[in-house]
Design a protein around this ligand. Structure first.
Ligand code: CUO
Length: 688
């Protein structure tokens, strides 16, 4: 209830029979008066859900409250992060769930709705007594950040005219609503504006916060290899985006490495923020960045600062060490180097020297997000790049992150190539690998498909009840990997099966050299296999990928509303909510078919396993998201074996292969027919 309808106030009332009573100081009663509130209460009727809370001593929330409710909130801005961090810390310190509930009720109406949602979700996720709660997805509460604002208006109309929920029809989100075909970048609408992808990004940043108030007694930032995961997850996004570009006969994304150069690609989001009641500002074509100075956000950063930070980071990479706060040098070695750099470049509060290396990535987001009003002259809010739930909609996101990835790759290039002993697995031969989908061998098919999602939790309309929105997204037919392995060691062995895929041809239709193709390698799955002596066959279904979460989990509302669905097995869902959406597991491909190299490596699990206690629950989407409360379940560098340059004399994927690896050519064909849904009302909606 505290998450539902985020822009509506909680109505509070004294009550009960002396044992429990609702918090007396409500936002509404402070703003209006008790009598007026009683009238509102009568008007709303008595069937509204009620929650009783304990009497509490009111915490001092003046610091997070200083961000006004109708302003914008961005995790890329330090002063906003600090306000959220303060609130998170208060939530984490409370000694019981009962207390937490009371303080949360008190805080909810006084805080910025997104700040509250973020802080409360982070706290629930990290408190031992609440971390198993099954929370719904962010898009359900803030649908305004995920779709065209005209759709929201149509939903209001539908719910107003069709008072009975069962008579309501789904509101169809038009395909391609943010631009026309005159804009070539618009080909990629299905990737950039995908609900599941944007949700994944929000969720990732939710479980890997950048900072919490200094001195906070819970350290929720310091998670295992979080800097490296920042690099790897975003690197994979770029690899995937490039595969989509090639699928659409477009050139690879160009890094935004000269901040004084105009940004050719404009972006007009066509979304209204419900919280701020303002449109997300657009960015026109060919806008140039200028120094940012917004006193209201305590935000001051110049293009020069950015260039200096970037220079210092490149220097550190080329010298092979960074200088920390205590003026000591710390080597950027093969194991920890990338993790240190991740925290420096992002940058998180774990950056060992934020004076010297600055806040490069976050400030890039903000410079771009405020390109239309860098000095707050027009009192404008940030564009979509200012928030992790909306940033991936904008073409510049990919150019900015391609630049960020170039920095990481500069470090990876300083590391020695993997030697044969780092790659091979004595005694193991991979004999073959195939994929099968609907009876077809090594041919995958993608298509567009309509799906309905219920948005009623995020809408502040009356009367209530489900209203569905119908959106179109990419999908593929499920597939299955099959491979044969020969174990000649005479003893059982454990292997880690690592599956990647990359386009074979570049944007010039020439076969890529491995030094380029490795950057395009998309991780598809990673799983443990037990290999008895002799030959064995293994199969793995695409839906069980370690990269993805199933469609139902992304669009869970219908799921969690079903009776009996919130089983113990689903209790780890919130962390599990992080994961690349299954419907975007493979690139679109081309109508005439597009050639990919599918790669399998079976590596020695004994050298790579991470010994740690606890059950394996929720380990399904660990590749991009890690595991809750546990170490990243692979000792190898993320992206292994493609994270480093191959030896100079290995130019093709085939030359790279040792006997524990195999590749196969896979064709992805895009079927242009859209799988549509019948125009049903809620009455004939099949709930199960
Ligand atoms: Cu995820 Cu730039 O970090 O957005």
């Amino acid at each position: 209830l505290l998450f539902d309808h985020p822009t509506e106030p909680v109505f509070m009332d004294k009550g009960g029979n002396g044992t429990m009573f609702e918090v007396p100081k409500s936002y509404l009663t402070e703003k209006y008066n008790l009598e007026e509130c009683q009238i509102v209460k009568m008007r709303l009727g008595d069937d509204r859900p009620k929650v009783f809370v304990s009497e509490i001593s009111i915490p001092d929330l003046s610091f997070p409250e200083s961000l006004k409710r109708n302003e914008s909130f961005s995790l890329f801005i330090q002063s906003h992060r600090q306000k959220a961090g303060y609130l998170i810390d208060i939530f984490l310190r409370l000694d019981s769930v009962e207390h937490l509930k009371s303080v949360a009720v008190y805080a909810r109406d006084r805080m910025h709705p997104v700040l509250f949602h973020y802080a409360f979700a982070v706290a629930l996720l990290h408190r031992p007594d609440t971390k198993d709660l099954n929370l719904r997805s962010f898009w359900q509460y803030f649908p305004d950040r995920f779709m065209d604002s005209t759709v929201l208006q149509m939903i209001r109309e539908e719910s107003f005219v069709m008072q009975r929920t069962e008579d309501r029809r789904p509101i169809v989100i038009p395909i391609k609503y943010t631009a026309s075909d005159l804009e070539p970048e618009h080909n990629l609408w299905y990737f950039r504006e995908d609900l599941g992808i944007n949700l994944h990004h929000w969720h990732w940043h939710l479980i890997y916060p950048i900072e919490i108030t200094p001195g906070a007694h819970h350290n929720i930032v310091k998670k295992d290899r979080r800097g490296e995961l920042f690099y790897y997850m975003h690197q994979q996004v770029i690899a995937r985006y490039n595969a989509e570009r090639l699928s659409n006969n477009m050139g690879l994304v160009k890094p935004f490495n000269n901040l004084t150069e105009p940004i050719a690609e404009g972006y007009f989001p066509k979304m209204d923020s419900q919280v701020a009641s303002r449109a997300f500002p657009p960015r026109f074509d060919n806008v140039k960045l200028t120094d940012l100075h917004r006193k209201v956000d305590q935000l001051k950063v110049g293009i020069n600062d950015m260039n200096n930070w970037s220079r210092s980071i490149y220097e550190a990479i080329h010298h092979g060490f960074i200088i920390n706060d205590d003026n000591e040098s710390v080597r950027l070695d093969e194991v920890k180097g990338i993790d240190i750099l991740g925290n420096i470049i992002e940058s998180s509060v774990l950056s060992p020297n934020s004076m010297l290396y600055g806040d490069l990535h976050n400030m890039g987001h903000m410079l771009i997000a405020y390109a239309h009003d860098p000095t707050h002259k027009h009192l404008e809010f940030p564009g979509v790049m200012g928030d992790s739930s909306t940033a991936m909609r904008d073409p510049i996101f990919y150019k900015w992150h391609a630049y960020i990835d170039d920095l990481f790759q500069a470090h990876k290039k300083t590391l020695p190539a993997y030697k044969a002993e780092d790659l091979s697995f004595p005694g193991i031969d991979v004999l073959n690998i195939n994929v099968k989908s609907r009876g077809q061998l090594n041919r995958l098919t993608t298509f567009f498909k309509e799906s309905d999602v219920d948005l009623s939790r995020g809408m502040d309309f009356q009367p209530r009840g489900s209203v569905f929105t119908r959106f179109t997204h990419l999908q593929h037919h499920p597939f299955e990997y099959t491979f044969d392995v020969n174990n000649s060691s005479g003893a059982p062995l454990l292997g880690y099966a690592r599956i990647f895929m990359a386009p074979r041809l570049d944007d010039n239709n020439s076969t890529m050299v491995l030094a380029d193709q490795r950057l395009m390698m998309i991780e598809l799955d990673k799983f443990l296999i037990r290999m008895p002596p002799g030959e064995s066959t293994f199969t793995q279904k695409s839906i069980n990928s370690s990269v993805t979460i199933p469609f139902e989990r992304t669009f869970r509302d219908q799921d969690s509303n079903r009776p009996g669905k919130n089983t113990a097995a689903e209790q780890e869902e919130f962390f599990c909510g992080c994961g690349w959406p299954d419907h975007m597991l493979v690139p679109r491909g081309k109508v005439e078919g597009m050639t990919f190299d599918l790669f399998l490596m079976v590596s020695n699990y004994e050298n790579e396993r991470v010994i740690q206690p606890g059950v394996e629950g929720c380990s399904k989407s660990a590749s991009y998201c890690g595991l809750r409360d546990r170490l990243y379940p692979d000792r190898r560098s993320m992206g292994y074996p493609f994270d480093r340059l191959p030896p100079w004399n290995v130019t093709s994927l085939n030359q790279f292969l040792t006997s524990n690896m195999k590749t196969v050519e896979v064709t992805i064909t895009h079927d242009k027919t859209i799988e549509t849904l019948p125009p049903l009302t809620n009455r004939n909606r099949k709930v199960d």
